[in-house]
Design a protein around this ligand. Sequence first.
Ligand code: TMP
Length: 205
Amino acid sequence: MNEPLRFVTFEGPEGSGKSTQAARLAARLRERGADVTLTREPGGTELGRRIRSWLLHRDEPMGHEAEFLLYSADRAEHLRTVVRPALERGGFVISDRFVDSSYAYQGYGRGLDLDWLRAVSAGILGDVRPALTFLLDLPPEEGLARLAGRDRLEGESLAFHRRVRAGYLELARREPDRWVVLDALSDSETLERRIFEEVSRRWPA
Ligand code: TMP
């Protein structure tokens, strides 16, 4: 596949507003006449929607490895049926979460070995990597207060969510050319403008 792929991902905790920002970016790019696929993980395919409902139900006990492999199964199907075809025809793909969520939540949060996560993910991703990733950074206290423990991960301890946040910031530090860290507490119009400026700078109309 020819580089650079027009692949933009949004990461951050629940309640950070990333889904709203992903949708606004998609709308702005479409106004510019771009071919845009707006999608999400988990749940961007039919199989993924089933996996999502398993994953997010609090009452089903599940080991951390199985949890990671289910997110990975969702990702494999998402890549095969949604992400790759859209990138191959030269379109933008905007995904609300991608593999960095697994590194942050299952790696830093759950404590699974990051090298194992990367090895499994390498087999799934092939040559597809996000070109640009926005982290909507938010103190866990703020995000959780907005949601009140709706699902399996949202019901996790504050310590867990602190590890996830620190993990995201570490991932961003390691790849500063790909990540843009934003303060999710900024007002949403400011965030929207900042995000669109960054995307326009990388892919001028
Ligand atoms: P969201 O759809 O509200 O963003 O929530 C999805 C949940 O799934 C969220 O708690 C983060 C979690 N998640 C992981 O733990 N690992 C992953 O790889 C992905 C994609 C999501």
